[in-house]
Structure formats: structure tokens, C-alpha cells
Design a protein around this ligand. Sequence first.
Ligand code: SF4
Length: 207
Amino acid sequence: MYTLVYSINQDKSPETVYVNLTNACTNSCVFCLREQKDDVCGAEMWHDDNYTLEDVIEQFKTFPSAKEVVFCGYGEPFLKKDMMKSFCKYLRQNHPEIKIRVNTNGHANAIYKTNVAEEFKGLIDSASISLNSSNAKQYDEICNPKIENAYDEVKKFIKACVEAGISVSASVVTGFDEREIDVAECEEIAKSLGAKFRNREFITNGY
Ligand code: SF4
């Protein structure tokens, strides 16, 4: 069975575990780790989405020390929205003490043409949403989005998550090439949307 749940260190009792629901994504970011390597700490990340909720739960149970679950992996988690929701419900019912976060490209509302943030109200505690730039032109150069008006959609999604009571960090990645990111402007935009801000320095190996 391929990797659906993994940790990013060699600790046998990690407090944070990551969930790799899909390899599909509506971006193709220039810094995407999937372009550089096939595994995270030895965990093979490529798969064909051919699995069940029980498979996810089974792998999750191999990490009994988990205090936080992060939907992340080699793809956009919300593209497996129903699976994600089912696993969130399982966690809320069976492990209510566990915090749930999603790392997302922020395209979900645009993809499904509905308020996905509202659907996940109470099911996820926090979201890290990739803002990636202070303007649409640079966002498109960095992320190569497959949806229309992606940058505006990301900003709208940040606001929708904030309004759904989800704790949101809007993030940028700096240091991956010579590109200048206006970090101060990005922070201003994040704050104007009600989100916190995180500047994530690019790490070659991803962790
Ligand atoms: S949004 Fe994430 S998974 Fe998708 S291409 Fe960008 S870095 Fe990779």
C-alpha cells in the first residue's frame, strides 16, 4: 500500500502526521517538491487515488502519538473533498482532541463553485493557504494555475475560511530563485483578509 499518512521526521512517535490524499493539483508551482523528488523521508508519495477511507484510517492508526493531523502531501487535498470530510468526521468522533489543519492552494471554492470553507466549518481548525505573491501576474508565473482568475480566487478563499471561523495563515515561499516577492505587501494583503501571515523560506529538501 502506498503512503496516505506519514510523518516528516524519523521520530517513531510524531505529534504531527500528514495526510496525502491525492497527487492531483490545480497548480504547477515552480518550487513544488514533487518536481524534485518522489518521497518524503522515505515515504513514497505517488499514488493513483485508488484507496478507501478504511485505508486512510488504518495508516493513521500506526501513529497513536498524533496530536495534529495535516492534510498536505503531493497534491491539493480539497480535490478529494469528500474523502477529506469523511476522515475529518472520523477524527472528530474518535479523537476530538486532535487538531486538524489543511495546507491548500486556496482554489476549492472556485473548483466546486460552492462555499467549501463553510462545509468544513467545525471540521478543520486551521488552514495554511498559499498566497504566494502580492499580485496576479506574478502568482501566475509562480503557480501556473489551471483555473481562471486564480489569484483573486485564492484571496476570496482566504476570506471565506476566516468567515467560517477557521484560523488562517496566508503563506508565501521565498528564496527558491532570484525572484523578488514583496513580502511586506503580501503580509498587508493577508491581514486585510483577516488572516495571519507566514513567510516560508524555501528548503531544498522540503523539510
Ligand atoms: S499547490 Fe502545492 S502541490 Fe500544487 S503544485 Fe503548488 S506546491 Fe505543488
